[in-house]
Design a protein around this ligand. Structure first.
Ligand SMILES: Cc1cc2nc3c(=O)[nH]c(=O)nc-3n(C[C@H](O)[C@H](O)[C@H](O)COP(=O)(O)O)c2cc1C
Length: 340
């Protein structure tokens, strides 16, 4: 029997549990169309960055000032700032076209870390046909006087602002580095998030020993990283009322299955697609399907969350108690001649 692979995310009915997370692969209409063809049930477009929006608006402002002072007629062709969308114009056009010509929901993404007028882009994205909005809050606090509470407040206020700006379903994508990730997730939901994407991968700078300088270096994920969203999704499933998406480290069908079993509503993929091509999505989906057939699962709904902390026979597997056990079992594993 063919299992029912459909799932719900942010109130959207999706044909399957795998979608493409935000990356250059989702930045063009052609890219989105290929992903649909390969079985992605939805896709998140690359983020429109706060810096990009603010920069473009500043440029526009200067243009308007110049026009007003230099040529009266310039005002005739200087667009109305209220409706203007310069650099991000193509972004909105891609969204519009995807909405018209594709069947899968396309989610727009905004990336930023501070309050400001740029969040009004959320509404422009909604008008262009985004099925939902993902807010990717990427903030690295380097100020030794900024407390964890200050940082958390920044996140919450930003979510509140975006929530006010738009009625679209709103997902918030964050990194795992909070003192109390579960509490922070709850508060993001209270601030207006309909869903959470766990987690973004923060990029770590590197040192170039030849040039003796700091360099940005993007390293793609591997399967091990799946354990980070796996733990927190399992802890949150059943404890918060919001959609849960997994992001980081999905390279095999087993990675995706594990995340669904602990409680993800949907599983997002980027690195595996960048490494092996968009067609990898089809292989992942086929792997999920055949595992389900083998185990006689009838639907994603049936397996979703069955290993969450709430449902797990050993809830301590998610906690500190398990830490000691794991350490002990590891030294046991080293016993020459066998694994206990
Ligand atoms: C080249 C590249 C570009 C990315 N751009 C964005 C982006 O614009 N916005 C965003 O929220 N995440 C972005 N991401 C993060 C991915 O969406 C994803 O969360 C992360 O790579 C972890 O998933 P993975 O292990 O499947 O790669 C990007 C990742 C890569 C590798």
């Amino acid at each position: 029997m063919n299992p029912d692979l459909s799932t719900r995310y942010l109130g959207l009915q999706l044909s399957g549990p795998l979608m493409a997370s935000s990356s250059p692969l989702t930045g063009t209409f052609e890219g989105l169309a290929k992903l649909q063809q390969a079985g992605a049930a939805a896709a998140v477009m690359p983020s429109l960055f706060e810096e990009q929006i603010v920069h473009d608006e500043l440029a526009l402002h200067q243009l308007q000032e110049l026009g007003a002072h230099s040529f009266a007629e310039a005002l005739d062709y200087t667009p109305d700032l209220g409706e203007y969308n310069i650099g991000p114009e193509t972004y909105l056009e891609t969204l519009q076209r995807a909405r018209k010509e594709l069947d899968i929901p396309v989610i727009a993404s905004l990336n930023g870390s501070s309050k400001g007028g740029w969040v009004r882009y959320a509404q422009l994205m909604a008008d262009a046909g985004a099925s939902a909005l993902e807010l990717n809050v990427y903030f690295v606090s380097t100020d030794v006087d900024e407390s964890g509470q200050d940082v958390e407040r920044r996140y919450i206020e930003l979510v509140e602002d975006v929530r006010k700006a738009v009625k679209l379903p709103l997902a918030v994508k964050v990194g795992p580095g909070f003192s109390s990730p579960a509490n922070m997730c709850k508060r993001l939901i209270e601030a207006g998030a309909d869903g959470l994407v766990l987690f973004n991968r923060y990029l770590r700078p590197d040192v170039d020993l030849e040039k003796l300088e700091m360099v940005p270096r993007l390293v793609l994920s591997d399967s091990y990283e799946v354990r980070i969203p796996l733990q927190w999704l399992g802890i949150l499933r059943g404890r918060v009322k919001a959609s849960l998406a997994a992001s980081s480290g999905v390279h095999t069908p087993y990675d995706a299955l594990k995340l669904l079993l602990v409680g993800a509503d949907v599983v997002m993929v980027t690195s595996a697609l960048l490494q092996h091509g968009v067609e990898q999505m089809e292989k992942l989906l086929e792997g999920v399907r055949s595992w389900m057939v083998e185990r006689e699962y009838e639907s994603i709904e049936q397996l979703k969350g069955s290993l969450s902390q709430e449902n797990c026979p050993d809830p301590s597997a998610y906690e500190r108690a398990n830490y000691m056990r794991t350490l002990i079992s590891y030294s046991g594993g080293y016993t020459p001649g066998g694994v206990r």
